[in-house]
Design a protein around this ligand. Sequence first.
Ligand code: 6MZ
Length: 352
Amino acid sequence: MDFRALPKIELHAHLSGSISRQCLHEVWLRKKEAGETDLEDPLMVMPEGKHDYDLKAFFPLFSSYIYHLISCPWSLSHTTTRVLEDFASDGVVYLELRTTPRSLPGLSKAEYVQTILDAISSYHSRSPPPPLRAKLILSVDRRNSLPEALEAVSLARTFQSAGVVGVDLCGDPAAGPIDKFRPAFDQVKKIPGTGVTLHFAETACSGTGKELMELLSWKPERIGHVIHVPRNIRGQIINGFASEEAVKGDEGRKKKMGLELCLSCNVHAGMISGGFEAHHFGEWWKVEETIIALSTDDVGVFGSPLSNEYALVAEHFRLDRTEICALARGAIEVIFGGEEEKERLRGIMWTE
Ligand SMILES: CNc1ncnc2c1ncn2[C@@H]1O[C@H](COP(=O)(O)O)[C@@H](O)[C@H]1O
Protein backbone atom coordinates (compact mmCIF):
# COMPACT_ATOMS: atom_id res chain seq x y z
CA MET A 1 0.00 0.00 0.00
CA ASP A 2 1.18 3.50 -0.79
CA PHE A 3 0.99 5.10 2.66
CA ARG A 4 2.05 8.51 1.40
CA ALA A 5 -0.73 8.61 -1.16
CA LEU A 6 -3.28 7.55 1.49
CA PRO A 7 -5.12 10.76 2.53
CA LYS A 8 -4.45 11.21 6.23
CA ILE A 9 -5.53 13.31 9.21
CA GLU A 10 -2.94 14.54 11.74
CA LEU A 11 -4.37 15.71 15.06
CA HIS A 12 -1.40 15.69 17.44
CA ALA A 13 1.55 17.66 16.08
CA HIS A 14 3.46 20.24 18.13
CA LEU A 15 4.58 23.07 15.86
CA SER A 16 8.10 23.56 17.28
CA GLY A 17 8.69 19.80 17.34
CA SER A 18 7.48 19.33 13.77
CA ILE A 19 10.15 21.51 12.14
CA SER A 20 12.60 19.38 10.16
CA ARG A 21 16.28 19.59 11.04
CA GLN A 22 17.04 20.78 7.52
CA CYS A 23 14.62 23.67 8.00
CA LEU A 24 16.12 24.52 11.40
CA HIS A 25 19.54 24.44 9.75
CA GLU A 26 18.42 26.86 7.02
CA VAL A 27 17.06 29.29 9.60
CA TRP A 28 20.30 29.00 11.55
CA LEU A 29 22.43 29.61 8.42
CA ARG A 30 20.51 32.76 7.53
CA LYS A 31 20.80 34.08 11.10
CA LYS A 32 24.46 33.14 11.31
CA GLU A 33 25.25 34.97 8.07
CA ALA A 34 23.40 38.03 9.36
CA GLY A 35 25.32 37.86 12.63
CA GLU A 36 22.08 37.29 14.54
CA THR A 37 22.89 34.06 16.38
CA ASP A 38 25.64 32.45 18.43
CA LEU A 39 23.81 29.15 18.63
CA GLU A 40 25.46 25.94 17.50
CA ASP A 41 24.32 24.47 14.15
CA PRO A 42 21.09 22.48 14.69
CA LEU A 43 22.60 19.62 12.70
CA MET A 44 25.24 19.35 15.44
CA VAL A 45 22.76 19.71 18.29
CA MET A 46 20.33 17.21 16.71
CA PRO A 47 22.37 15.10 14.28
CA GLU A 48 20.47 13.64 11.30
CA GLY A 49 19.36 10.10 12.12
CA LYS A 50 19.31 10.57 15.90
CA HIS A 51 15.77 9.99 17.17
CA ASP A 52 16.25 8.32 20.55
CA TYR A 53 15.59 11.32 22.80
CA ASP A 54 14.24 10.24 26.18
CA LEU A 55 11.99 12.73 27.94
CA LYS A 56 14.86 14.08 30.05
CA ALA A 57 16.74 15.07 26.90
CA PHE A 58 13.64 15.92 24.89
CA PHE A 59 12.04 18.85 26.73
CA PRO A 60 15.26 20.92 27.01
CA LEU A 61 15.61 20.73 23.19
CA PHE A 62 12.86 23.34 23.11
CA SER A 63 13.62 25.52 26.13
CA SER A 64 17.39 25.52 25.59
CA TYR A 65 17.66 25.50 21.83
CA ILE A 66 14.71 25.65 19.40
CA TYR A 67 13.01 28.57 21.19
CA HIS A 68 16.24 30.58 20.93
CA LEU A 69 16.50 29.89 17.22
CA ILE A 70 12.83 30.49 16.33
CA SER A 71 12.75 33.87 17.97
CA CYS A 72 11.56 36.39 15.36
CA PRO A 73 8.46 36.80 13.17
CA TRP A 74 10.30 35.72 10.02
CA SER A 75 11.60 32.43 11.47
CA LEU A 76 8.20 31.66 13.03
CA SER A 77 6.33 32.30 9.81
CA HIS A 78 8.91 30.53 7.63
CA THR A 79 9.05 27.39 9.78
CA THR A 80 5.24 27.23 10.07
CA THR A 81 4.95 27.29 6.29
CA ARG A 82 7.58 24.59 5.93
CA VAL A 83 5.80 22.40 8.47
CA LEU A 84 2.57 22.71 6.45
CA GLU A 85 4.42 21.83 3.24
CA ASP A 86 6.06 18.82 4.86
CA PHE A 87 2.77 17.43 6.14
CA ALA A 88 1.13 18.05 2.76
CA SER A 89 3.89 16.26 0.87
CA ASP A 90 3.37 13.28 3.17
CA GLY A 91 -0.30 13.07 2.10
CA VAL A 92 -1.85 14.79 5.12
CA VAL A 93 -5.13 16.43 4.04
CA TYR A 94 -6.19 17.82 7.41
CA LEU A 95 -3.88 19.02 10.15
CA GLU A 96 -4.49 20.36 13.62
CA LEU A 97 -1.20 21.93 14.57
CA ARG A 98 -0.73 22.85 18.20
CA THR A 99 1.53 25.39 19.80
CA THR A 100 2.16 27.07 23.15
CA PRO A 101 1.74 30.84 22.75
CA ARG A 102 4.99 32.54 23.72
CA SER A 103 6.12 36.12 23.43
CA LEU A 104 9.22 36.78 21.32
CA PRO A 105 11.32 39.94 21.29
CA GLY A 106 8.99 42.56 19.80
CA LEU A 107 6.09 40.11 19.52
CA SER A 108 3.32 39.58 22.08
CA LYS A 109 1.67 36.20 22.59
CA ALA A 110 -1.30 37.41 20.55
CA GLU A 111 1.04 38.44 17.74
CA TYR A 112 2.76 35.04 17.96
CA VAL A 113 -0.62 33.35 17.36
CA GLN A 114 -1.54 35.85 14.64
CA THR A 115 1.76 35.24 12.81
CA ILE A 116 1.11 31.49 12.69
CA LEU A 117 -2.50 31.98 11.57
CA ASP A 118 -1.31 34.36 8.83
CA ALA A 119 1.16 31.74 7.59
CA ILE A 120 -1.63 29.14 7.54
CA SER A 121 -3.97 31.51 5.75
CA SER A 122 -1.48 32.44 3.04
CA TYR A 123 -0.71 28.73 2.59
CA HIS A 124 -4.44 28.05 2.07
CA SER A 125 -4.71 30.79 -0.52
CA ARG A 126 -2.05 29.33 -2.82
CA SER A 127 -3.08 28.54 -6.32
CA PRO A 128 -4.06 25.84 -7.05
CA PRO A 129 -5.52 25.37 -3.56
CA PRO A 130 -3.49 22.77 -1.66
CA PRO A 131 -5.41 19.66 -0.50
CA LEU A 132 -4.14 20.23 3.07
CA ARG A 133 -6.32 22.35 5.36
CA ALA A 134 -4.84 23.32 8.71
CA LYS A 135 -6.29 24.55 12.00
CA LEU A 136 -4.57 25.61 15.20
CA ILE A 137 -4.81 24.36 18.80
CA LEU A 138 -3.32 26.47 21.60
CA SER A 139 -1.38 24.58 24.25
CA VAL A 140 -1.11 25.18 27.96
CA ASP A 141 2.26 23.98 29.23
CA ARG A 142 2.17 22.17 32.60
CA ARG A 143 4.88 24.57 33.76
CA ASN A 144 2.53 27.51 33.21
CA SER A 145 0.70 29.33 35.98
CA LEU A 146 -3.10 29.58 36.05
CA PRO A 147 -3.03 33.19 34.73
CA GLU A 148 -0.91 32.02 31.79
CA ALA A 149 -3.34 29.19 31.11
CA LEU A 150 -6.26 31.63 31.26
CA GLU A 151 -4.42 33.85 28.81
CA ALA A 152 -4.08 30.94 26.36
CA VAL A 153 -7.82 30.27 26.66
CA SER A 154 -8.58 33.93 26.09
CA LEU A 155 -6.40 33.83 22.94
CA ALA A 156 -8.30 30.74 21.78
CA ARG A 157 -11.53 32.73 22.13
CA THR A 158 -10.11 35.78 20.36
CA PHE A 159 -8.74 33.81 17.43
CA GLN A 160 -11.53 31.28 17.08
CA SER A 161 -12.90 32.81 13.90
CA ALA A 162 -9.36 32.90 12.45
CA GLY A 163 -8.79 29.16 12.84
CA VAL A 164 -8.12 28.24 16.47
CA VAL A 165 -10.21 25.15 17.21
CA GLY A 166 -9.01 23.80 20.53
CA VAL A 167 -6.95 24.00 23.70
CA ASP A 168 -4.40 21.39 24.80
CA LEU A 169 -2.55 20.57 28.00
CA CYS A 170 1.03 19.50 27.26
CA GLY A 171 4.56 19.84 28.63
CA ASP A 172 6.87 17.82 30.82
CA PRO A 173 4.69 15.33 32.72
CA ALA A 174 7.13 15.55 35.63
CA ALA A 175 6.22 19.21 36.11
CA GLY A 176 3.91 19.20 39.08
CA PRO A 177 0.18 18.82 39.65
CA ILE A 178 -2.40 19.92 37.11
CA ASP A 179 -5.44 20.61 39.32
CA LYS A 180 -4.67 24.34 39.23
CA PHE A 181 -5.69 24.47 35.54
CA ARG A 182 -9.28 23.37 36.08
CA PRO A 183 -10.71 26.94 35.94
CA ALA A 184 -8.96 27.48 32.59
CA PHE A 185 -10.38 24.31 31.04
CA ASP A 186 -13.80 25.12 32.52
CA GLN A 187 -13.58 28.31 30.46
CA VAL A 188 -12.76 26.40 27.27
CA LYS A 189 -15.99 24.42 27.69
CA LYS A 190 -17.85 27.74 27.54
CA ILE A 191 -16.49 28.56 24.07
CA PRO A 192 -18.85 26.82 21.64
CA GLY A 193 -17.01 24.93 18.93
CA THR A 194 -13.68 24.82 20.77
CA GLY A 195 -12.38 21.37 21.70
CA VAL A 196 -10.32 20.12 24.63
CA THR A 197 -7.45 17.68 24.16
CA LEU A 198 -5.16 16.62 27.00
CA HIS A 199 -1.83 14.85 27.28
CA PHE A 200 -2.89 11.84 29.29
CA ALA A 201 -0.92 9.21 31.25
CA GLU A 202 2.31 9.82 29.37
CA THR A 203 4.52 8.58 32.18
CA ALA A 204 3.99 6.56 35.35
CA CYS A 205 4.22 9.77 37.41
CA SER A 206 1.42 11.41 35.40
CA GLY A 207 -0.63 8.20 35.27
CA THR A 208 -2.04 8.21 38.77
CA GLY A 209 -5.75 7.59 39.23
CA LYS A 210 -6.05 10.97 40.93
CA GLU A 211 -4.56 12.94 38.03
CA LEU A 212 -6.40 11.00 35.35
CA MET A 213 -9.79 11.34 37.07
CA GLU A 214 -9.13 15.06 37.35
CA LEU A 215 -8.27 15.31 33.65
CA LEU A 216 -11.34 13.31 32.61
CA SER A 217 -13.52 15.59 34.72
CA TRP A 218 -12.48 18.44 32.38
CA LYS A 219 -14.44 16.56 29.69
CA PRO A 220 -11.88 16.32 26.92
CA GLU A 221 -13.04 15.25 23.48
CA ARG A 222 -9.60 13.74 22.87
CA ILE A 223 -6.66 12.53 24.93
CA GLY A 224 -3.06 12.05 23.81
CA HIS A 225 -0.56 9.21 24.34
CA VAL A 226 -2.76 7.25 26.84
CA ILE A 227 0.02 4.96 28.08
CA HIS A 228 -0.06 4.36 31.83
CA VAL A 229 -3.79 3.86 32.23
CA PRO A 230 -5.10 1.93 35.27
CA ARG A 231 -7.92 -0.52 34.56
CA ASN A 232 -10.70 1.54 36.19
CA ILE A 233 -9.70 4.63 34.20
CA ARG A 234 -9.69 2.57 31.01
CA GLY A 235 -13.30 1.72 31.82
CA GLN A 236 -14.12 5.41 32.26
CA ILE A 237 -12.66 6.22 28.86
CA ILE A 238 -14.60 3.43 27.20
CA ASN A 239 -17.86 4.28 28.92
CA GLY A 240 -17.68 7.86 27.73
CA PHE A 241 -17.37 9.36 31.21
CA ALA A 242 -15.53 12.29 29.72
CA SER A 243 -18.17 13.17 27.19
CA GLU A 244 -21.33 12.29 29.03
CA GLU A 245 -22.84 15.68 28.14
CA ALA A 246 -21.94 15.36 24.52
CA VAL A 247 -24.80 13.10 23.55
CA LYS A 248 -25.21 12.79 19.82
CA GLY A 249 -28.64 14.19 19.07
CA ASP A 250 -29.84 11.97 16.25
CA GLU A 251 -28.97 8.54 17.62
CA GLY A 252 -28.84 9.39 21.30
CA ARG A 253 -25.34 7.91 21.48
CA LYS A 254 -22.47 9.32 23.46
CA LYS A 255 -19.59 10.81 21.53
CA LYS A 256 -16.60 8.52 21.29
CA MET A 257 -13.35 9.58 22.93
CA GLY A 258 -10.56 10.34 20.46
CA LEU A 259 -7.20 8.76 21.27
CA GLU A 260 -4.18 10.46 19.72
CA LEU A 261 -1.61 7.66 19.63
CA CYS A 262 1.99 8.39 18.68
CA LEU A 263 3.89 5.13 18.17
CA SER A 264 7.34 6.28 17.10
CA CYS A 265 7.50 9.00 19.73
CA ASN A 266 6.60 6.51 22.47
CA VAL A 267 9.12 3.92 21.26
CA HIS A 268 12.02 6.28 20.50
CA ALA A 269 11.58 8.26 23.72
CA GLY A 270 11.50 5.01 25.72
CA MET A 271 8.02 5.85 27.05
CA ILE A 272 7.03 2.21 26.52
CA SER A 273 9.11 -0.95 26.52
CA GLY A 274 8.97 -3.89 24.14
CA GLY A 275 9.08 -1.96 20.88
CA PHE A 276 6.31 -1.38 18.35
CA GLU A 277 4.63 -4.76 18.86
CA ALA A 278 4.11 -3.93 22.52
CA HIS A 279 2.52 -0.54 21.80
CA HIS A 280 -0.92 -0.01 23.34
CA PHE A 281 -2.29 0.68 19.85
CA GLY A 282 -2.79 -3.10 19.88
CA GLU A 283 -5.07 -2.87 22.94
CA TRP A 284 -7.15 0.04 21.72
CA TRP A 285 -7.70 -0.31 18.02
CA LYS A 286 -10.55 -2.77 18.28
CA VAL A 287 -12.29 -0.95 21.12
CA GLU A 288 -15.43 0.30 19.39
CA GLU A 289 -16.18 3.00 21.94
CA THR A 290 -13.03 4.97 21.12
CA ILE A 291 -11.54 6.42 17.94
CA ILE A 292 -7.82 6.36 17.23
CA ALA A 293 -6.10 9.21 15.42
CA LEU A 294 -2.58 8.04 14.62
CA SER A 295 -0.28 11.02 15.08
CA THR A 296 3.36 12.05 14.90
CA ASP A 297 3.76 14.27 18.00
CA ASP A 298 7.14 15.76 16.96
CA VAL A 299 8.18 14.52 13.54
CA GLY A 300 11.20 16.87 13.55
CA VAL A 301 12.59 15.08 16.59
CA PHE A 302 11.37 11.52 16.22
CA GLY A 303 11.74 11.45 12.44
CA SER A 304 8.69 9.38 11.53
CA PRO A 305 6.19 11.05 9.18
CA LEU A 306 2.53 10.09 9.47
CA SER A 307 2.74 7.81 6.41
CA ASN A 308 5.34 5.79 8.31
CA GLU A 309 3.12 5.57 11.40
CA TYR A 310 0.46 3.91 9.20
CA ALA A 311 3.10 1.61 7.70
CA LEU A 312 4.19 0.67 11.23
CA VAL A 313 0.71 -0.33 12.41
CA ALA A 314 0.13 -2.25 9.18
CA GLU A 315 3.37 -4.14 9.77
CA HIS A 316 3.25 -4.74 13.51
CA PHE A 317 -0.49 -5.24 14.00
CA ARG A 318 -1.24 -6.76 10.59
CA LEU A 319 -3.89 -4.30 9.47
CA ASP A 320 -4.98 -4.94 5.91
CA ARG A 321 -5.80 -2.24 3.35
CA THR A 322 -9.46 -1.96 4.32
CA GLU A 323 -8.58 -1.66 8.01
CA ILE A 324 -5.96 1.00 7.29
CA CYS A 325 -8.49 3.04 5.30
CA ALA A 326 -11.06 2.65 8.10
CA LEU A 327 -8.47 3.75 10.67
CA ALA A 328 -7.54 6.85 8.66
CA ARG A 329 -11.19 7.77 7.96
CA GLY A 330 -12.21 7.16 11.56
CA ALA A 331 -10.31 10.24 12.69
CA ILE A 332 -12.77 12.45 10.77
CA GLU A 333 -15.26 12.04 13.61
CA VAL A 334 -12.95 13.53 16.25
CA ILE A 335 -11.53 16.56 14.44
CA PHE A 336 -12.28 19.96 15.96
CA GLY A 337 -12.63 21.63 12.56
CA GLY A 338 -16.42 21.50 12.23
CA GLU A 339 -19.06 19.80 10.09
CA GLU A 340 -18.16 21.42 6.79
CA GLU A 341 -14.59 20.19 7.08
CA LYS A 342 -15.82 16.72 8.07
CA GLU A 343 -17.92 16.63 4.90
CA ARG A 344 -14.93 17.64 2.76
CA LEU A 345 -12.87 14.88 4.35
CA ARG A 346 -15.61 12.27 3.87
CA GLY A 347 -15.43 13.14 0.18
CA ILE A 348 -11.68 12.70 -0.22
CA MET A 349 -10.58 10.00 2.21
CA TRP A 350 -10.30 6.46 0.92
CA THR A 351 -12.88 3.84 1.84
CA GLU A 352 -10.85 0.93 0.46
C1 6MZ B 1 6.32 13.33 24.46
N1 6MZ B 1 5.65 14.35 23.79
C2 6MZ B 1 5.26 15.51 24.38
N2 6MZ B 1 4.66 15.51 25.60
C3 6MZ B 1 4.31 16.68 26.19
N3 6MZ B 1 4.52 17.87 25.65
C4 6MZ B 1 5.12 17.92 24.45
C5 6MZ B 1 5.50 16.74 23.76
N4 6MZ B 1 6.05 17.11 22.59
C6 6MZ B 1 6.04 18.47 22.56
N5 6MZ B 1 5.48 18.94 23.69
C7 6MZ B 1 5.29 20.35 24.07
O1 6MZ B 1 5.31 21.15 22.90
C8 6MZ B 1 6.30 22.18 23.00
C9 6MZ B 1 6.93 22.41 21.65
O2 6MZ B 1 6.01 22.90 20.72
P1 6MZ B 1 5.40 24.38 20.74
O3 6MZ B 1 6.50 25.32 21.15
O4 6MZ B 1 4.26 24.37 21.70
O5 6MZ B 1 4.97 24.62 19.33
C10 6MZ B 1 7.29 21.63 24.03
O6 6MZ B 1 7.94 22.67 24.72
C11 6MZ B 1 6.41 20.83 24.97
O7 6MZ B 1 5.86 21.64 25.99
